[in-house]
Design a protein around this ligand. Sequence first.
Ligand SMILES: *Cc1c(COP(=O)(O)O)cnc(C)c1O
Length: 453
Amino acid sequence: MLETVAAPEPNGRPDGVWSMNTARAESGEVTVAGVPVSLIAAQFGTPTYILDEADMRTRARAWVEAMEKAFTSLAGADVYYAGKAFLSKAVARWMMDEGLNIDAASEGELRTALAGGVPGSRIGLHGNNKSEAEIALAIDSGIAHIVIDSIPEIAKVARIASERGRSAPVYVRLTTGVHAGGHDFIQTAHEDQKFGLSVTSGAAYDAITQIAGTPGLKLVGIHSHIGSQILSTDGFAEAAKVVLDVRAWAAQRGIEIPEVDLGGGYGVRYTSQDAVPPAPEEFAEVLAQAVRAHCDATGLPAPRISIEPGRSIVAPAMMTLYTVGTMKDVATDSGPRRYISVDGGMSDNLRPALYGANYTAAVVGREATGAGCRSRVVGKHCESGDILVKDVSLPPVEIGDLLAVPVTGAYGRSMGSNYNMLPRPGVIAVRDGQCTVLLRRETIEDQLAYDLG
Ligand SMILES: *Cc1c(COP(=O)(O)O)cnc(C)c1O
């Protein structure tokens, strides 16, 4: 069992868990990019997601710079921001400004990226069961590539492309058999799951041959995504080798594949007990070494490489701000525990309930001193599994205190729900002392408006 520890002090240190512009002011209150959290709470209410814009941009740029540096002597590299982690029109625009492209996995993500001003040529489309409308919109917008995820999809994409009098650039998603990442549900490269075409079974080779012989489809790349929240570089190198072997197999049959996408899944630190993940430069260098070694061995020209980080760009840039509503102390076999109830819960952060994910929390509206108490931060939903922070040492907390959970930028708002008919919180971006509403808070009126009686 892990020791009960307090959150690291909110000070934006790179080895901490708070975004780079998070700091504790002299008053004892925490600020984000110079804006006190109490001001955000007063103006926008709680719960609210607070996004440190400069932090997110910096993380995005770091990936682009690392990949450019590692791959200049090869055939170059692209970084696709995985929009499913968190996307809004502004975020799509920021990522484009920083030199990234966007990965979309649904019509909603695709249309949000387009509405943010990202051209189709800088967007890739994923999904294991894409609709007609999704494929058609992707083709019409001049998408960079559609990632084919199953055999029946080959004919479907070809038909939709021909109906529109265009050809569709496609990738094939391979399952490499490489296991990596956190929970079972976020490991995506083993055989017995829904994504991709198996290399082991031969389905991947069949797909490549079939696509190469299908008019209207242009095979531009092969793709692998091995999982998520991965904290070591090993799996990526291993998967790269499998994908490059498949590319070499195709080349022997006269099928040239110019691009290789090695997916996302780069991990982050959620609590001070998590390992510090390798930096983007380290991942980029490992990928470049794998590509260089393979090309040297096979004599094939280097492919253009892309990667798809989501979590590692946005997770640490965001925190969720809550207000404490009530508390109770219980006795457990392992000693006393304080339950601290806040005004959100599993509807704004499903990850603890879905994956058993660990987070930490801190009192941010004031300097809270006093002996730490073993605490559990819970939401207001009708589920006993509605836990936000399983175990954290918190100083004496008072009703009405502002509590923040850091590292909630990825898969927080984007996996949010209206369970118990709670309106989903807004997302406030903060930069240089200025707040911008990226997503406004939903209202009960929004929900009543689509309830047609
Ligand atoms: C989810 C996903 C990503 C992003 O994963 P992160 O863990 O957020 O980096 C990238 N590519 C594909 C195909 C995905 O499904």
